[in-house]
Design a protein around this ligand. Structure first.
Ligand code: GTP
Ligand code: SPV
Ligand code: MN
Length: 608
């Protein structure tokens, strides 16, 4: 190895040999001007955010303490699923739902992209921990990045800096395992070259090497493409670790529900991106006596406890929430959380007095705004002021409804799992599965209309199994099998009960049939009372569905016919759904577990 002098590279605050040699290797390849070991301190936050303000990336908000606004490059606004790869050694291990390339071939391409890619920039080394720091085996990672925006965002979204680095070497000198995650925006600066506010590259790669537990990302500075602790580590890589070690890494919120009798239940729910996880996690029940507290809004890691129940941990430290549609009526808790400051806002609109705004925040939009495209905006403008995938990034710790257990390394025992999607037709408001295997079938055949959370067409129905289509780090057939096998590892009575929900069914005039948001507490209540054996339901070919009389609708003045339509099971719509499920299962191919094929045959029989 040639000894290149890069300021900071040897000022490592650790003795961890594998980390030290990886950092030096990356610095020599990418050739930054300097290396900074991120400590997570207040002073560092000030330094990094000041630098982002000076660069024009951040605008300090006058109206929210310690908060900043950023507008990305218009071509860097969402996850890029077409550019996301699972580079397993054997192509069959990536399966039919992932992009795949031979790992050596991918490494050769990306090594050339990374060569010199940090010239003129600072390389930051961010040690981080997904999940509580005091876990028996903390889940460590290190992100190397040349983006200050990533450094600031990672400070909110993860437990990072010195507190994480302390877990890398034990007192007896044992060196902990960690996931290396290399990120570059792919925009080197030549001497004297003027930087832009949001540097990125037209060439983008979001790549996972599952056997090596390694992540390489290039070209994007946005969200799930760049904050590598989130989707890349906590879902794609963690799902592979979970397969190997016997646990589940899922795209699920976690909430704590307390009944009027003070009974506590924990619920996990998987909905595709921009389909309601954050809103359900922070819900304010409209039914008296019920309380919801928040544990996580996007990711759940679920392991069996010694008592045979499934316990969930939220690996994240912050919320990276969809801004449009968030207001004091739909999600007052999110509004109160961001009001406290210490937050980042990306691709929302900026008000003239230094605050943020997005579609849905107020009934009357301000008379003048600066749009996410940095253009003048007035209510007459035909374009949206905020991008549909604009986001707030805010710490969980300052959420008033956070549950005391949110940071508990043991997690919380899950009583119910909800799968849900965005479907204008066919899928009733709520359906209870017959058992774990049938619930797995519901998850495996989950469908939803695409949203702005990923680049591509919006509103197209696609299968999104367990809301994990873009996040399963291995073969989807093997993943379904892992779910089936998970159900065999505990007594049926101890397993969570699985439900399928749809807040998004529409009437003939296209309006939503169900009021949603806080009213979803009525569905939570019904599900819990089913678990307690107290609520009634009708058996249908697709599972147990309540009538309008069997749901608590007290105080709800919505049109009863709408609610009945939202709850209805329509055999013709379901018969039309069968060929779509068959096509999906054919795509999964030989690895589709037989029990799921059996479930489909049984459903066809019941539909007649
Ligand atoms: P990601 O962060 O992308 O994973 O999204 P998410 O699943 O957390 O979705 P989120 O809660 O942010 O909601 C996305 C959009 O759906 C927002 O515009 C919400 O206003 C809307 N939404 C959420 N819940 C409901 C509901 O019950 N009914 C209706 N009609 N819309 C909802
Ligand atoms: C999602 O798309 O599911 C998100 C946002 O939660 S991102 O971090 O970009 O993945
Ligand atoms: Mn998500």
């Amino acid at each position: 190895m040639t000894a290149v002098t890069i300021p900071g590279v040897d000022q490592a605050p650790t003795t961890h040999k594998r980390l030290l040699s990886w950092v030096r290797e990356v610095a020599e390849l990418t050739a930054p001007d300097a290396v900074v070991w991120v400590d997570g301190s207040e002073q560092e936050w000030t330094r990094v955010t000041d630098k982002l303000v000076e660069a024009g990336t951040f605008t300090r908000l006058a109206k929210k303490p310690n908060s900043f606004y950023a507008a990305s490059d218009p071509n860097d606004v969402a996850r890029v699923e077409e550019r996301t790869f699972i580079c397993s050694v054997d192509e069959a291990d990536a399966g039919p739902t992932n992009n795949w390339m031979d790992p050596a071939e991918m490494k050769a391409i990306m090594t050339e992209l990374y060569r010199g890619c940090m010239r003129g920039r600072t390389m930051y080394v961010i040690p981080f921990c997904m999940g509580p720091l005091n876990a028996d085996k903390p889940m460590l990672g290190v992100e190397i990045t040349d983006s200050e925006y990533v450094v600031a965002s990672m400070r909110i979204m993860t437990r990072m800096g010195t507190q994480a680095l302390e877990r890398f070497v034990a007192e007896d000198g044992t060196e902990a395992d960690f996931v290396p995650a290399l990120h570059s925006i792919g925009a080197p600066l030549e001497k004297g070259q003027q930087d832009v506010a949001w540097p990125c590259s037209d060439t983008k790669y979001i790549v996972h090497f599952p056997e090596e537990r390694l992540i390489w990302s290039y070209g994007s500075g946005y969200g799930g493409n760049a904050l590598l602790g989130k989707k890349c580590y906590s879902l794609r890589i963690a799902s592979v670790i979970g397969r190997d070690e016997g646990w589940l890494a899922e795209h699920m919120l976690i909430l704590k529900l307390t009944s009027p009798e003070d009974k506590v239940y924990y619920v996990a729910a998987a909905f595709p991106s921009a389909c309601g996880k954050t809103n359900l996690a922070m819900l304010e029940p409209t039914i008296p006596g019920w309380k919801v507290e928040t544990i996580g809004d996007d990711i759940a890691w679920m392991r069996f406890g010694e008592d045979g129940r499934l316990y969930a941990v939220n690996p994240e430290n912050g919320f990276f929430g969809v801004a449009p549609g968030t207001d004091y009526h739909t999600n007052p808790n999110a509004m109160r959380t961001i009001e406290k400051g210490n937050s980042l806002f990306t691709n929302v609109a900026l008000t003239d007095d230094g605050d943020v705004w997005w579609e849905g925040m107020t009934e009357q939009p301000p008379a003048h705004l600066t749009s996410w495209k940095k253009a003048d905006w007035t209510p007459e403008s035909t374009e949206k002021a905020a991008h549909p995938n604009s986001r707030y990034c805010t710490p969980i710790d300052q959420c008033d409804t956070k549950a005391a257990e949110w940071d508990d390394p043991n997690g919380v025992p899950i009583s119910a799992i909800f799968f849900g999607g965005r479907r204008a037709t066919t899928i009733p408001l709520v359906t209870e599965s017959r058992d774990w295997q049938h619930g797995t079938f519901m998850g495996a055949t989950l469908s939803s209309e695409t949203t702005a959370a990923a680049v591509g067409a919006v509103g197209v129905v696609r299968r999104d199994p367990m809301a994990m289509l873009p996040f399963i780090g291995y073969n989807a057939g093997d993943y379904f099998n892992h779910w089936i096998e998970t159900g065999k590892r505990a007594d049926a009575a101890k397993l969570p009960k699985i439900f399928y929900v749809n807040w998004f069914r529409r009437g003939d005039d296209k309006r939503f049939l169900w009021p949603g948001f806080g009213e979803n507490s009525r569905v939570l209540k019904w599900a819990i009372e089913r678990i307690e054996g107290k609520a009634a339901a009708q058996e249908t070919p697709i599972g147990w569905v309540p009538t309008a009389d069997e749901l608590d609708l007290s105080g709800l003045d919505d049109d009863r016919a709408d609610i009945e339509a939202a709850l209805s099971f329509d055999a013709d719509e379901w018969r039309a759904e069968i060929p779509l499920i068959e096509e999906w299962f054919d795509k999964i191919g030989d690895k589709l577990p037989t029990p799921l094929r059996d479930e489909l045959e049984a459903l066809k029989q019941r539909l007649g």
